[in-house]
Design a binder for this molecule. Sequence first.
Ligand code: FAD
Length: 421
Amino acid sequence: MQTPVIDLKTARNRRTPNPDQIIIAGAGIAGLTLALALSARGFAVQIFEKSAVLAEAGAGIQLSPNATRLLQRLGVLDRLMPASVQPDAVCLQDGISGNTLLHLPMGKGAEERWHSPYIVCHRADLQRALLAEVRSRDNIAMQLESSVTHHRSDSQGVMVRVQYNDRIEEHHGALLVGADGVWSILRNAASDHDQARYTGSIAWRASVPISRLPASFTALLPEGKNVVAWTGSNAHLIAYPMRSGEMMNFVAVARDRKSGGRWDVEISPDAPSQNFAKDFYAWHPGIRDLVLSVGPWTPWRLFEMKRCHFLQDNRLVLIGDAAHAMTPYAAQGAAMAIEDACALAATLGEQKENWPRELAAYAKSRTRRIESVIRRGALNQLAYHAKGPVALARNLLMRNRPVEKFVAGFDWLYGFDAESK
Ligand SMILES: Cc1cc2nc3c(=O)[nH]c(=O)nc-3n(C[C@H](O)[C@H](O)[C@H](O)COP(=O)(O)OP(=O)(O)OC[C@H]3O[C@@H](n4cnc5c(N)ncnc54)[C@H](O)[C@@H]3O)c2cc1C
């Protein structure tokens, strides 16, 4: 499959000097969603994005109802649905026996329960749907190949320094939002705790046309369109259909065996066979065949932050991975970026003098929410990678606890409305 590329040069490229505008650094999921949410509330928005082209190979994404309900309100979900799949169920299987441990119905039942669908799609399709909506709004301007490098806040607003290919400019606004991802340069890097930390695990990602999957693997798949997670000691594999069901997206998470805990060691192209595939040699033959026969598998080192960092000062707020890079065990990173964005737009009132107080309340409530999601991710990691007695206890629980109780256990997460006060 070709790497999907979104050429940002076709995006709106216009500048309007306006000291009341809200400046956003970064046009990822967080930045674009925020631009739309602010625009819907009548704010003028200026986005600076350092890339000219966004490309991400083989990256599928699960979007739970807490995210899709917000995308629906922004007019993005209708654009995204034709390229998405609404899975029938989320299934957990034992990676060695292939036996089903848990089958959680999703599909229309999930949509009715949480009033919005659970979907899976390609990240590039989500980005494209967001961009299409951004282009339709007159009060959003976007500059490409422009990196925010510095800012200076005062009681009146914020000055932002922007580096272009050939020049540096200063821009003024009422607020700066850092949506600049896990390596945010706007995050206060005063202490080690503020840095994103390498977890020592790598997510290996691949997307494969359904027709090319080995038969021994497809025999393992439960009937229907499902998100399936296979568990094992210290590793797991997730598969789900995307691109209207024509492709299967895979994420295999395993320990980094090669880099000695360092994140800056390059992972060589032939590393998969020596690296993550080893973790799956003793698994069910269908999974071993899959890992060895499809590809390319693209490595993605997993980073996390110990603490949330929403508020840097009264004129600089961070959202998305910049504020709280998290591991993907709860599949909520993008959903939290979308929630952050919509909650922030809903927080800001018309009176700018109230913004410091409103932002402080925002940071407090978002920190509570993110901490709960991080705890859920840690629990999922424990369940996915369990071995020995812990795995036995997990299997016992999954066999004996009514499915309805597992489903109800997601109400706090999927039923949440980030815009409600
Ligand atoms: C293996 C894996 C699987 C995942 N699966 C899921 C899933 O199923 N569901 C889910 O919800 N989440 C998932 N996530 C998480 C999700 O992908 C991220 O949390 C999300 O994409 C973060 O979006 P963001 O906009 O905050 O950051 P980014 O997408 O990193 O965007 C940051 C943007 O800022 C730009 N930028 C950076 N610095 C500057 C600067 N100085 N000036 C201007 N622009 C700048 C960058 O070019 C980029 O465009 C997964 C993550 C991984 C690694």
